[in-house]
Design a protein around this ligand. Structure first.
Ligand code: CTP
Length: 209
């Protein structure tokens, strides 16, 4: 079983020292990579900048921006059996990044941004028969409604909904409370629990042993 996982945030640089990003720690994606490796799967982990050590046995691909992440994933997706997109990809990037450090103008500035590529949506549209594509939906309200919308809009097999309205759960936390929703209508809720336990739960439902 070959498994491709994205994890962590991306950084979209304005100039060499400044970037747009988010507070993703990468813990959920790394926990999934570790759990998949323990099942004997071959795991490629494409990770944005995080402060975590690579799980044992995982093939690491370190990237910075959404464009880098897509470039790393594209060839790996073609040969994987399962793709799990956990990364908190920055939704926008500066339209005109500067190669030199920008100087402060002394007053307000307006930053022009453009959408980044949606890695999950783009790759899910190329899904082969038998391939399993899984997304994450971090939501603060109407969690399952929004997650199901993402499942359908991006043509996923599964979406993992997580409630990020509480500071000790979800993004950048050690624990998560998840609901695994399937394209066929399946619904499996779990937690709050440590992310490694959530990872086990998710894999159990995607690919029952
Ligand atoms: N994703 C991705 N590439 C992007 C954006 C998101 O691969 N450019 C993936 C994430 O890894 C996650 C899922 O898509 O699996 C999240 O979907 P998305 O609709 O982007 O979620 P949000 O960014 O939370 O969207 P919104 O702000 O509209 O709720």
């Amino acid at each position: 079983m070959r498994c491709l996982i994205t994890a962590g945030p991306t950084r979209e640089h304005l100039d060499p020292v400044r970037f747009l990003s988010n507070g993703s720690s990468g813990k959920m994606g790394y926990a999934l990579a570790a759990a998949a490796t323990l099942r004997g799967w071959q795991v490629d982990l494409v990770s944005g900048p995080v402060a975590l050590s690579p799980p044992m046995g995982v093939r690491m691909h370190r990237v910075t921006s959404a464009a880098d992440m897509f470039a790393a994933c594209e060839p790996l997706f073609a040969t994987c059996d399962v793709f799990i997109a956990v990364a908190a990809v920055a939704d926008f990037r500066p339209y005109a990044p500067s190669l030199q450090k920008r100087k402060k103008p002394g007053g307000p500035i307006t930053l022009e941004v453009v959408p980044t590529i949606d890695i999950l949506r783009t790759l899910a549209a190329r899904k082969r028969p038998g391939q399993c594509v899984v997304g994450f939906a971090a939501e603060t309200h109407d969690v399952e409604v929004h997650a199901r919308q993402k499942l359908e809009a991006k043509h996923l097999d599964w979406v993992v909904a997580n409630d990020v309205s509480q500071p000790n759960l979800g993004m950048n936390a050690d624990d998560n409370a998840i609901v695994v929703l399937g394209a066929g209508g399946a619904r499996h809720a779990f937690g709050p629990a440590p992310k490694p336990a959530c990872a086990e739960f998710i894999l159990r439902h995607l690919a029952p042993a």
